[in-house]
Design a protein around this ligand. Structure first.
Ligand SMILES: Cc1cc2nc3c(=O)[nH]c(=O)nc-3n(C[C@H](O)[C@H](O)[C@H](O)COP(=O)(O)O)c2cc1C
Length: 208
């Protein structure tokens, strides 16, 4: 399976990082076309203390703990409209934008995108492929909500960065991964099943 993953400048670079790690660990993804918006290095520095400024594929491989020679990640520049995800004739399963800023939500919803993330999302929708958007903002204005509704009506799957607590997370990592598992579920990709609700968690059933 080939996928495109975009990381934008919303809070929660960790969601993007863990999604990439879990996609790789699933063993089912051959190629990840990775695109990062221009604000990501700033957010990654603030939130993770990671330097992604001027990152190339080698730097991304290092960040993800991959061998320098690994080719699973194809890292595309934001202004490269000739990149593979820019064309509908490049066959892939879909695209994940995690986390997704309200700026990117608005650009895609308006159809007037200006960078490769917007273009790739536009292409994913027009080709009827799966577009999973993980928005992060709070509170949400009417403009944000209307843009998200527009994207949902156009076929995007809106999966807010709002992790659940029913699996009794013990760490920030547990919370983050819980959300990322739900992202993988959208593509039927395998992951740890430990956060799947079985119906047994709330105690005995009516039969005792
Ligand atoms: C540390 C930091 C956190 C941010 N958090 C959010 C956020 O949670 N949601 C959001 O919509 N924008 C957030 N922003 C603002 C976006 O980065 C900004 O609107 C930017 O223009 C988005 O561009 P992009 O969509 O191309 O990444 C944050 C910015 C910084 C520096």
């Amino acid at each position: 399976m080939d996928l495109t993953v975009a990381i934008t400048g919303a809070s929660g670079t960790i969601y993007g990082y863990r999604t990439l790690k879990l996609l790789i660990e699933s063993g089912k993804v051959e190629t990840i076309n990775l695109i990062m918006s221009g604000v990501v290095p700033t957010v990654a520095q603030v939130e993770l203390g990671v330097n992604l400024k001027n990152a190339d594929r080698a730097a991304i491989n290092k960040w993800l703990g991959l061998e320098p020679s690994s080719k699973i990640i194809r890292f595309w520049r934001l202004d490269n409209f000739a990149a593979r995800p820019s064309s509908g004739s490049y066959k892939q399963a879909g695209m994940i934008i995690v986390p997704c800023s309200m700026g990117t939500v608005g650009a895609i919803a308006s159809g007037a995108g200006t960078n490769l993330i917007h273009r790739a999302a536009d292409v994913t929708l027009k080709e009827g492929r799966k577009l999973v958007i993980v928005p992060r903002e709070t509170p949400l204005s009417t403009i944000h909500l209307e843009n998200l509704l527009r994207l949902s009506n156009a076929g995007a799957r809106i999966l807010p960065a709002a992790p659940g607590f029913y699996h009794r997370p013990q760490s920030v990592e547990d919370l983050v991964d819980h959300l990322c598992y739900r992202i993988l579920d959208q593509f039927d990709l395998p992951h740890s099943k430990k956060t799947q609700w079985t119906g047994e968690e709330a105690g005995e059933d009516e039969d005792g």
